[in-house]
Design a protein around this ligand. Structure first.
Ligand code: 1CP
Length: 375
């Protein structure tokens, strides 16, 4: 058994197993996330599973987005599709940040072309009091889908994920996607008690969702706080960060130095990268708005409470350039790699998700290019 990793992980977990056909401990991704030098430069893409792939669109015909997440065979197949096609160094579990809500019994659907829409927004103290209980049992379809996927992936790691409490709460309060997130930002000051109860609920939902995926075999976990960039540093520190920490307490015994790597990502979060690290992340995801060398400088200049400075970075190819001429994209990717070289470790990714209109052959070629560039 691999002694390096947390004994709380099951003995047959891909990070701990001695079965080399199933072990992810020496994979390029895990080595990259641990700041070691892998055999090849690790790369995966946020939103690699899904809309940009014709095989995904075909499989999804006649099944709603959230139903497809809850049919274990289907979720597993969609998770595997981009790995087969692009030879990326990780699979990201096909699910959605609102799945814990759906499993708990909150009325929510993904409307095509819109995103998550709730039957009724959660705004009043009574709405919050009526939120259903979260149990570990409700994650059964997730556990099953992860197990199926990990068995197929072998030594290639699966990344589990959850939405951070703020990003999930933003959908709950607005009831649908919004640009400015006025509703949740009003509530956090106007009705701090309701905010506390709502954020504690979402923290528990996200925390247990992450734990279910890791225990079932995910070798890394990413917390998506996609909309944290709409907050000031003070807002984040006082009204959001404590709840992200609360969510991560559910997996505290599975993460850290001998646990699964924990990536924390948001967009427009250049001013709070150090705080995102200080929630306990070992990897910070950087969006396309900030150069990686600058992100590394900011993190290095602001030691956290445990004395940690820089962490491994993930990112940050501009998704807009996937549609540019190849030479333009290649030059950009080489710059991203050069900028990332200053960090204690760097895993390539986009600065946000794959746009639905992306030509998948560009992604395959991009993976080949990244793998061909030596350290
Ligand atoms: O029918 C479809 O194909 C709908 C598109 C789609 C997909 C493929 C949605 C609706 N969700 C997903 C899957 C998904 N969502 C994954 C797994 C697949 C992968 O990454 O390859 C993940 C990690 C997410 C996470 C997610 N969902 C985030 C965080 C990441 C990010 O992009 O910022 C967020 C904010 C959501 C909400 C969501 N779900 C779907 C949409 C269109 C949106 C965003 C809507 C908005 O603008 O607010």
């Amino acid at each position: 058994m691999n002694q390096e990793f947390s004994p709380v992980l099951p003995a047959n977990h891909p990070l701990r197993t001695e079965d080399s056909a199933q072990s992810t401990a020496q994979s390029a991704l895990i080595k990259g996330y641990r700041g070691e030098v892998p055999d090849r430069r690790p790369v995966w893409f946020m939103r690699q599973a899904g809309r940009s792939l014709p095989e995904y669109r075909k499989l999804r015909e006649g099944t709603t987005m959230l139903d497809s997440c809850l049919i274990p065979e289907m979720a597993s197949e969609i998770t595997l599709q981009p790995v087969r096609r692009h030879d990326v160094d990780a699979a990201i579990f096909f699910s959605d940040i609102v799945i814990p809500l759906k499993l708990a019994g909150v009325g929510v659907e993904i409307q095509p072309g819109v995103g998550p829409v709730l039957d009724a927004p959660i705004r009043t103290p009574q709405d919050i009091a009526n939120l259903p209980e979260i149990t570990d049992e409700m994650f059964e379809p997730i556990t099953e889908a992860v197990k199926l996927t990990v068995a197929e992936l072998g030594p290639r790691p699966l990344i589990g994920f959850a939405g951070a409490p703020y990003t999930v709460a933003a959908y709950m309060v607005e009831g649908r996607p919004s640009r400015d997130h006025l509703g949740p930002r009003t509530m956090m000051y106007n009705d701090p008690e309701s905010w506390d109860r709502l954020m504690s609920w979402t923290a528990e939902a996200s925390g247990r969702f992450l734990r279910a995926q890791i225990m079932a075999g995910a070798s890394a976990a990413q917390l998506f706080d996609s909309w944290a960039g709409s907050l000031s540093r003070t807002n984040y520190l006082d009204k959001v960060m404590p709840y992200s920490q609360q969510a991560l307490e559910h997996i505290e015994d599975l993460t850290g130095d001998n646990g699964v790597p924990l990536i924390h990502f948001g967009t427009g979060t250049g001013e709070i990268l150090d705080l995102m690290r200080d929630t306990g992340a070992t990897v910070v995801g950087v969006d396309y708005r900030l150069r990686l060398d600058e992100a590394n400088r900011r993190l290095g200049n602001t030691p956290g409470p445990d004395g940690r400075t820089n962490v491994v970075l993930q990112g940050n190819i501009d998704p807009a350039l996937l549609d540019a001429d190849w030479d333009v994209l290649e030059t950009h990717v080489r710059e991203v790699i050069a900028q990332g070289a200053k960090a204690p470790g760097h895993v390539l990714n986009l600065g946000h998700g794959v746009p639905p209109t992306t030509d998948p052959t560009v992604l395959t070629r991009l993976v080949e290019l990244i793998h061909s560039i030596d350290y």
